[in-house]
Design a protein around this ligand. Structure first.
Ligand code: SF4
Ligand code: SF4
Length: 328
C-alpha cells in the first residue's frame, strides 16, 4: 500500500516517478474535465507501440513509481492489464487514477479489474458534484470496495466545498464502515483551470480571476515527474494543456521505442531549464536581468509564467543554463 503522502515523496524526486497516460477517452464526460476527455476521444490504436513504451519504463531502474491515468484508464482493459502486469512484474509501484465509473450499480465490479487493482499500491478515485451527477453512489462505492478488497490503499480526491468532503466521508463509511480511515484517505483538490474547466472558470469569474506577480512563484513540483503518452508523445510535466498537445516545444518530446524513450526522458531529466524550474523555480529565474520584466507582471498560475519564460528564450539562455546546471 502507498498513501498519497508517500507517493508525493517519491514524485518529488527528479524522474523517480512517471505518469503513463493510457488513453484520452472517458465515458463520463464531466463539464469540468481538465483534459477534455470524451467517449469519442482518441485511444491507443497501436498496441505494439504501447508495449514498447511500457517495456521501456520497465527497464528504467530509476523509475520506481508509475501512475496510470487518462482519460479513464479502465476504458482500456487490454492496455491497462498489459501495462499493470508488466510494470508490476518489473517491480514498479503503481498508482491508478480513475473515476470509479467501472464499478457496477449492483455493488460488484468486472472480474478483470480484480487483477489490475491487486497490482496497484494506491487507487485514486475522484469525486465532486460533476462526477456525482454522472456516477451513481452505488457504482462509486462498488469501485471503492473493489480497490480495497484487492489490497490497494484508497485515496479519494474531492473537489469542492466542505459539503462535498462530508459526502465523500459518507461514501467511504458506506464502503468500509466507521473505520474507513484505516484503509482510505480523502484529499481536497482544486479545480484545474484547463480543458473544459477553463471555460467554466471563465464563465464564473470573467476577467476577475486571481493573479500573482511572476517573482512570487516558487519551484514547480510537477516537472519532477514526466508523462509518457500511449501514442509516444512525452511531456515534461502533467499540465493538462501540455499533455493534450499544447504549450512550448521545450516541454515536449517523442519516444516510440525503449531506446528513444530512455534518451528523451534523460534529455528532460538533465535539461537545465527544467531542472531550474523544479529547484529555483520560475519566480527566481525572473531575478535574472533578461527576465526581470516578467517578474513584475501578473500571472494566473505558475504555468503561465513558465510558458512566458520559454517564449522569451529561457530554454536556451546561458544564465538559466548555469542556474539549472548548478542546482541539478
Ligand atoms: S474529469 Fe475524469 S471522469 Fe470526468 S470526463 Fe474527465 S477524465 Fe472523465
Ligand atoms: S510550470 Fe511548466 S513544467 Fe511546471 S507544470 Fe507548469 S507548464 Fe509544466
Amino acid at each position: 500500500m502507498l498513501t498519497l503522502a508517500q507517493a508525493d515523496q517519491i514524485r518529488a524526486q527528479r524522474h523517480r516517478a512517471v505518469l503513463l497516460y493510457i488513453t484520452d477517452r472517458c465515458p463520463v464526460g464531466c463539464a469540468h474535465c481538465s483534459v477534455n476527455a470524451l467517449p469519442s476521444s482518441a485511444r491507443p490504436s497501436d498496441a505494439a507501440l504501447l508495449e514498447r513504451l511500457v517495456d521501456g519504463l520497465c527497464g528504467m531502474e530509476r523509475v520506481g513509481l508509475v501512475g496510470i491515468s487518462g482519460g479513464e484508464p479502465f476504458m482500456e482493459p487490454r492496455a491497462l492489464q498489459m501495462a499493470s502486469a508488466r510494470l508490476a512484474d518489473a517491480g514498479k509501484r503503481l498508482v491508478l487514477y480513475t473515476s470509479g465509473n467501472w464499478g457496477r450499480d449492483d455493488g460488484t465490479a468486472p472480474r478483470w479489474t480484480g487483477a489490475v487493482l491487486a497490482r496497484a499500491a494506491c487507487v485514486v478515485l475522484s469525486t465532486d458534484s460533476y462526477h456525482a451527477a454522472r456516477i451513481p453512489d452505488a457504482r462509486f462505492v462498488a469501485a471503492l470496495r473493489a480497490a480495497a478488497e484487492a489490497g490497494s490503499w484508497v485515496a479519494v480526491q474531492v473537489l469542492g466545498s466542505h459539503a462535498r468532503i462530508t459526502a465523500a466521508e459518507r461514501l467511504l463509511a458506506r464502503a468500509f464502515g466507521s473505520t474507513w480511515a484505516e484503509r482510505a484517505e480523502i484529499r481536497p483538490t482544486e479545480l484545474l483551470t484547463r480543458g473544459r474547466a477553463a471555460r467554466l472558470r471563465a464563465v464564473r469569474q470573467g476577467a476577475a480571476g486571481q493573479v500573482a506577480p511572476g517573482r512570487s512563484f516558487g519551484p514547480c513540483n510537477l516537472v519532477q515527474a514526466p508523462v509518457v503518452r500511449y501514442d509516444g508523445r512525452l511531456t515534461a510535466c502533467c499540465n493538462e494543456d501540455v499533455v493534450t498537445g499544447g504549450g512550448p516545444a521545450a516541454l515536449h518530446a517523442i519516444g516510440r521505442d525503449a531506446g528513444e524513450l530512455r534518451d528523451a526522458l534523460a534529455g528532460m531529466e538533465h535539461d537545465p531549464f527544467l531542472s531550474a524550474l523544479g529547484t529555483a523555480g520560475p519566480g527566481a529565474l525572473t531575478r535574472l536581468p533578461r527576465f526581470s520584466a516578467l517578474g513584475e507582471r501578473d500571472y494566473p498560475d505558475i504555468c503561465s509564467l513558465c510558458w512566458a519564460l520559454l517564449g522569451q528564450g529561457a530554454g536556451t539562455d546561458p544564465a538559466v543554463q548555469a542556474v539549472g546546471t548548478v542546482l541539478r
